[in-house]
Design a protein around this ligand. Structure first.
Ligand SMILES: NC(=O)c1ccc[n+]([C@@H]2O[C@H](COP(=O)([O-])OP(=O)(O)OC[C@H]3O[C@@H](n4cnc5c(N)ncnc54)[C@H](OP(=O)(O)O)[C@@H]3O)[C@@H](O)[C@H]2O)c1
Length: 305
């Protein structure tokens, strides 16, 4: 069961072929060398046979001894052999080269076909996944999460005389951290309630006035849809008020970040009722009254059901 396995040669077919050819070539050169030695000995033998032993001494051709012709003919064959080994590579030769080239070409072709097949398969899968995701995608809705941010009293009061009614520093901090770096969409009146534009936010101001002028960088639009369109690069644009804009945005917003101030106030501007059949509360953090906060309040998050 655990007996020694027969070693399997680790050389592939091509390498084996190359080794065999190299061995053949060495043999061919050896044979040429042997031929050369025999030729030298043979030439000396012919000379000795003719001149010393007197074999065929009377046989001449054009006045020249026969062994000279014999050596020249042999030399011719030797040179022919030499030529074959070093110049024409007869046994490796053109046919061999062509065979190798054909093999190489067919191998490359196989690789190309394989790559092509892989590429086509990948392309098909990509096309399928595109079709799949397109057919399964919900009707293209804005990817961003349109969020209303507001501080409202128990009676939904939000402002009086174009001003906020209370000062709650932790609420302002929360507003700052949530809206930082985002688009803030507001009505013209809310915009004018600020002493100056808030830093690090893109202001989008809605007004019906076609010639309304605002500081550089503030985007002026003439309806809520255009305000949302102007914020489409933002993953979470905020609707920051006031009363008129909140009312219009309630039907299209995805989320509400509400600071509920636990008190009733006189006001001239109010936040709409939050319809429990449309919105579900997903977070609720209570903040008690303290030296910096005159009223108790809660940070509530609502998401559209
Ligand atoms: N508690 C909070 O969280 C909070 C937040 C924000 C604001 N507020 C308060 O809310 C009050 C301001 O709210 P508000 O309701 O009076 O004003 P607003 O909503 O801020 O702005 C109203 C103005 O927006 C423009 N507008 C509104 N709807 C439009 C439409 N469909 N197309 C084009 N323009 C449109 C009009 O500007 P034109 O008149 O120029 O055409 C309109 O007069 C202030 O007291 C502020 O302090 C409270």
């Amino acid at each position: 069961m655990f007996g020694k396995k027969k070693p399997i040669p680790q050389i592939d077919k091509n390498q084996l072929e190359l080794i065999e050819n190299a061995q053949k070539r060495i043999k061919q050169k050896k044979r040429l060398y042997v031929h050369f030695v025999i030729f030298l000995i043979g030439a000396v033998f012919l000379i000795v046979a003719n001149t010393v032993l007197g074999i065929g001494k009377d046989f001449t051709l054009f006045g020249i001894n026969w062994f000279v012709f014999a050596i020249l003919i042999w030399l011719f064959f030797f040179l022919y052999h030499l030529f074959n080994v070093f110049v024409t590579h007869k046994f490796m030769g053109k046919a061999w080269e062509k065979e190798q080239l054909d093999k190489l070409v067919s191998k490359q072709q196989q690789r190309i076909d394989k790559l092509k097949a892989g590429f086509e398969k990948e392309e098909k899968l990509m096309a399928q996944s595109e079709v799949y995701s397109e057919s399964n995608a919900e009707p293209k809705k804005l990817q961003s999460e349109l969020t209303i941010i507001v501080a409202a009293a128990e009676n939904n009061a939000i402002g009086l005389g174009n001003k906020l009614i209370w000062h709650l520093s932790d609420d302002l901090k929360r507003f700052k951290s949530l809206t930082n770096g985002h688009h803030i969409i507001m009505g013209r009146k809310t915009f004018e309630s600020f002493p100056k534009p808030l830093p690090n936010r893109t202001h989008v101001v809605i007004t019906r006035q076609k010639d309304y002028e605002a500081p550089e960088g503030v985007i002026i639009v003439h309806n809520l849809e255009d305000a949302i369109d102007a914020s489409k690069s933002d993953s979470q644009p905020f609707i920051i008020g006031g009363g008129q804009i909140y009312k219009q945005a309630m039907t299209i917003a995805d989320k509400i970040e509400l600071t509920r101030v636990h008190h009733d106030f006189d006001a001239d501007t109010f936040f709409p009722e939050i319809d429990a059949s449309v919105w579900k509360e997903t977070a609720n953090v209570f903040h008690k009254k303290d030296d910096n906060h005159d009223y108790e309040f809660s940070f509530l998050t609502y998401e559209r059901k």
